[in-house]
Design a protein around this ligand. Structure first.
Ligand SMILES: [Zn+2]
Ligand SMILES: [Zn+2]
Length: 432
């Protein structure tokens, strides 16, 4: 899966990870990590040319520590996300350096493998639950995605443009101007939510609803303080090119996950866009796991006399050629199965393949076949003879309909043949 770009998404995630550390690490550990990082980034310890950058980093380290160390702020973060720190101690705000690096320095060792490659970050969905401090993750968006068997066989990369909300780059999701401070919402007293009494089926129940005045933020900016770019919305609609990689051998029901590609919401881990693969029905091939099945049509002459030709076109366009028989006289019977090893579906991402099962359908001559009596005599001579005559004392020669339909069997007496039912019970005659 694609590596996630370093965007604000990561900033949000890092907070999460940091808080996980906080949950296990003692305050002493955090203080030590902070001291180390602060020392390494102290503006006085770097050459003049790097001073400005170091100064900003130093500030961010302090801010990150501030949130981690302070129980009250941590609680605010837990309940409101990064939005709770609008204008004051929010890390990753305007002018701050990449928070990834800061926190990697602070907690790199204790995060098991360091944060450079963000272990565990890429696997957002894969992390087991039970992180009480993790900010709420936006809901995943799941949708079916139909793919032809050809594309599942060969693998496919689909690119498409998606419009989504992205945290405003101008205000970094704050919603207000850099120096502005959000006003506490008086409607909800800064809680972002209100308790309301609702009538439900004759009972009065107390429910918590999101405050509409501040949209759940607990605070808002006055019109003049709003970020010009997002107009206080904290996010902007952006078009993004997404790439969906369908590895060869992908199966019905497999999920292709585009991590963190749903709408971004400040203070929330973005959800994943999940494509559930739906295999389109194929006119020629049927699939079961990594095996393929198809019916091949051979003429009666080929069934008896052998064939040497392409019998089917594979999913990648190759002709599959069969030479039969290997020993003269080995005929092909209707329903006979030819197994072609290694010509099935690819096994997910490997070079191994399943098998191809070719079911023989013998096409008997039609009405356009006009043999002479001599030709037929010759055939009878060549082909195996009938077995012993059926002994009977009395014999009647009868008239018959050579083009009858078996579905008429029993129909005139009110009986009809039912198809095999779902339990796999044999068909039985039902009275209607
Ligand atoms: Zn409010
Ligand atoms: Zn903005």
């Amino acid at each position: 899966m694609r590596k996630q770009a370093k965007t604000t998404i990561n900033t949000v995630l890092i907070q999460t990870e940091v808080l996980e550390i906080h949950a296990t690490a003692s305050k002493d550990d955090i203080r030590k990590a902070y001291r180390k990082a602060a020392l390494a980034n102290h503006p006085d310890k770097v050459p003049e040319s790097e001073r400005e950058e170091a100064s900003a980093r130093f500030k961010s380290v302090q801010e990150a520590y501030d949130i981690l160390y302070d129980d009250q702020k941590r609680h605010l973060y837990d309940t409101h996300g990064m939005a709770a720190f609008n204008g004051s101690g929010e890390p990753g705000m305007a002018g701050a350096p990449d928070l990834d690096d800061i926190l990697a320095q602070m907690f790199g060792a204790s995060m098991g493998g360091g944060m450079g490659g963000m272990p565990g970050m890429g696997g957002m969905g894969g992390m087991p639950g039970g992180h009480p401090n993790r900010p709420r993750k936006s809901r995943n968006e799941e949708q079916d995605y139909e793919v032809s068997l050809e594309d599942l066989y060969k693998g496919k990369t689909v690119r498409f443009t998606s419009t989504k909300n992205v945290i405003c780059g101008h205000c970094k999701g704050k919603g207000g101007k850099e120096k502005a401070t959000a006003k506490k919402c008086s409607t909800c007293d800064g809680h972002g939510a209100k308790e309301v009494l609702q009538q439900m089926g004759g009972f009065l129940t107390q429910q918590t609803v999101t405050c509409t005045t501040c949209k759940g933020q607990g605070s808002y900016f006055s019109p003049k303080d709003k970020c010009k770019k997002c107009k206080g919305e904290r996010v902007n609609e952006e078009k993004k090119m997404l790439e969906l990689y369908i590895p060869r051998g992908t199966k019905q029901g497999d999920k292709i996950i585009l991590e963190g590609e749903t709408d971004q919401v400040p203070g929330q881990e973005p959800g994943d866009i999940i494509f559930k693969i739906v295999e389109e029905e194929h006119p020629v091939f049927a699939r079961a796991g990594s095996d393929l099945q198809a019916t091949i049509e051979v003429t009666l002459a080929e069934a008896l006399g052998g064939l040497s030709r392409v019998v089917i076109k594979h999913l990648d366009g190759r002709g599959i050629e069969i030479h039969h028989p290997q020993i003269p006289g080995e005929v092909l019977s209707p329903g006979q199965v030819l197994k072609v090893p290694g010509e099935g579906m690819p096994l997910n991402r490997t070079d191994a393949r399943g098998d191809l099962y070719l079911v023989v359908d013998v096409k008997f001559p039609g009405s356009d076949w006009k043999p002479t009596p001599a030709m037929l005599e010759k055939l009878k001579e060549i082909l195996p003879k009938p077995g012993k005559p059926i002994p009977a004392e009395h014999v009647d020669e009868v008239e018959y309909d050579p083009k009858a339909n078996i579905e008429e069997f029993g129909a005139k007496d009110g009986h009809a043949w039912e198809d095999e039912d779902e339990d796999g019970e044999p068909a039985q005659c039902a009275t209607q």
